[in-house]
Write a protein that binds this ligand. Structure first.
Ligand SMILES: Cc1ncc(COP(=O)(O)O)c(C=O)c1O
Length: 521
């Protein structure tokens, strides 16, 4: 056998296995990879003449066609030069071993974790750090899972029917790129829905369809903030907003929340020239208070004077249990300072990944451009299905049914808390949204309680996690929407046992004994 052929083959022929499926392609691929690897590893110097395809085929015991296929591919990729009548050579354009350090076929693996962190930019590190602080891992399979509606109540049959209808209607035109700002019928349907249900004032062109509120926060931060810009964040506040703002390099200024919502005067005292304020006026996250009209007007007044922006995150206010939901703050804004965002991931189901942002006229083009460079647009198909879901009235009827269901679940939760842990938890009973907060006794380590709860299958985030500065009082969040009544009571029973090992308000310890049927996480 030719010495070059030996170098290429390296090992005896049986190594070139012949898988039953697609044998020719597999053999050609093996020969191609062997020659390519030998060249890159420095085993075949530039200019080396290779044996003819006929000789190599005989040596390998394969057909000449198979070797020809490998040679042609290597020639097309620039590894080989083939001249009629002169033979096949290793290209001289490939750095030789004296110029390029001899590489082994499989480079030594770098220590993975170190290589990952070290290779990040400062901004990249800020993003990873901010995401870590936000503890964004979904906890869908624990009781009281955050961000989860009642999925067993979702009208799946109706949804399937709409999906099937759209699949049948789907035509070639629909395969093209969609509008980066979103599918027009969905934007139009949303404009009507938001005007009637939320008092939002906008033209459909101001609505941009996104994957999530998180994307709305990310695009807003990218477009409107420079690194170091001061921004107001409710204290305590939504971790997703904190993460988006911090990863954009903003200087996040915590502004305390009281019974009337964000304390605008405190914000002005701390950072009068902030560029932006993030608020959840309809249902403060996580405390649950509603921002008073006076505070809303004061915030808009400050924003207009400071030329600052206000992000209004209206994430769950469809669900108000006494009276009609309060109108959105955006409807009060006459100077175009509010960026309003809402999500279907919480109202319908989290895998949907459809949300929206309503921006002042002057920002529509910028948001559309930013959306384009981030990820083009949301899938047209699901947007079309959702548009039909809204227009046919299914969204409104689903919200109506869920309002009754969540109201009932909230009351069961409050009753269970009153029955089992009233001496250890003081509930802030909000009449809106999908969660309530409960305060623990001063001095209790709410992270520790939350960890014990997690060990027993309960997702009860500690309130201290939502504060950037010192938290005034420990507590827990109870996301009750996805929890059936029996599990609500059972979950609070487990919590009672965990808390029974702590002193109550009077300092008394009542040990309730072992945990009743711990949940499986
Ligand atoms: C305050 C707040 N905003 C937004 C969201 C979710 O939005 P998305 O999943 O669309 O990012 C949540 C999740 O529950 C939330 O609590």
């Amino acid at each position: 056998m030719d010495t070059v052929a030996k170098q290429i083959i390296g090992v005896p022929l049986p190594v070139f296995g012949r898988p039953a499926s697609d044998p020719v392609v597999s053999l050609y691929r093996q020969i191609y990879e062997r020659i390519r690897g030998t060249i890159l590893g420095g085993g075949l110097a530039p200019g080396t003449r290779l044996p003819s395809s006929r000789t190599l085929a005989e040596d390998l015991g394969v057909s000449r066609n198979t070797v020809e296929l490998a040679f042609s591919q290597l020639e097309a990729e620039g590894f080989l030069i083939r001249k009629v009548g002169a033979g096949t050579y290793v290209s001289t354009a490939i750095p030789g071993p004296e110029r390029a350090p001899r590489r082994s076929r499989t480079p030594a693996p770098l220590p993975a974790a170190k290589a990952g962190r070290e290779s990040l930019s400062k901004r990249g590190r800020a993003v990873v750090h901010a995401a870590g602080q936000a503890e964004t891992e979904p906890s869908d399979h624990r009781l009281f899972a955050a961000c989860l509606p009642s999925l067993e109540s979702f009208p799946l049959r109706t949804w399937r029917r709409l999906v099937a209808r759209h699949s049948r209607l789907w035509h070639r035109e629909a395969l093209f790129h969609g509008d980066a700002a979103g599918y027009r019928p969905l934007r139009e349907a949303l404009a009507t829905y938001l005007a009637t249900a939320r008092g939002v004032k906008c033209d459909w062109r101001q609505i941009i369809i996104l994957t999530s509120t998180q994307q709305a926060l990310d695009l807003t931060a990218r477009l409107l903030l420079d690194a170091g810009d001061p921004v107001w964040l409710e204290e305590p506040g939504y971790l997703g907003a904190r993460a988006a703002l911090q990863s954009a390099g903003a200087n996040v200024v915590p502004v305390p929340v009281d019974a009337d919502g964000l304390t605008v005067e405190a914000g002005i005292a701390r950072a009068p020239a902030a560029r932006l304020a993030y608020v959840t006026p309809s249902h403060q996250y996580p405390i649950g208070v509603t921002m008073s009209l006076g505070r809303r007007l004061a915030l808009l007044e400050w924003a207009a004077r400071a030329s600052a922006w206000v992000i209004e995150d209206d994430y769950d206010s469809e669900f108000r249990y006494t009276g009609r939901p309060f109108a959105a703050m955006q409807g009060l804004d006459v100077r175009g300072r509010v960026i309003y965002t809402g999500t279907f991931n919480k109202v319908l189901f989290p895998a949907l990944r459809l949300a929206y942002v309503v921006v002042p006229d002057g920002l529509v083009d910028a948001f559309t451009a930013a959306r384009t460079i981030v990820d083009g647009h949301s899938p047209s198909f699901m947007q079309a299905v959702l548009a039909d879901f809204i227009v046919a009235g299914y969204l409104s009827s689903h919200i109506r049914r869920m309002r009754a269901l969540y109201h009932e679940r909230r009351d069961i939760l409050l009753d269970a808390i009153a029955e089992h842990v009233a001496d250890r938890i003081e509930v802030e009973a909000s009449d809106t949204g999908l969660h309530v907060t409960g305060w623990l006794g001063h001095g209790v380590d709410d992270r520790e309680v939350s960890r014990s709860a997690a060990d027993n299958g309960l997702d009860l985030p500690p309130l201290s996690r939502y504060y950037l500065t010192r938290h005034p009082r420990p507590g827990l969040m109870f996301n009750y929407a996805s929890v059936p009544p029996g599990d609500l009571r059972r979950g609070i029973g487990i919590l009672a046992t965990i808390l029974g090992r702590l002193p109550d308000w009077s300092g008394r310890v009542v040990d309730n004994g072992s945990l009743p049927g711990a949940m499986v996480s």
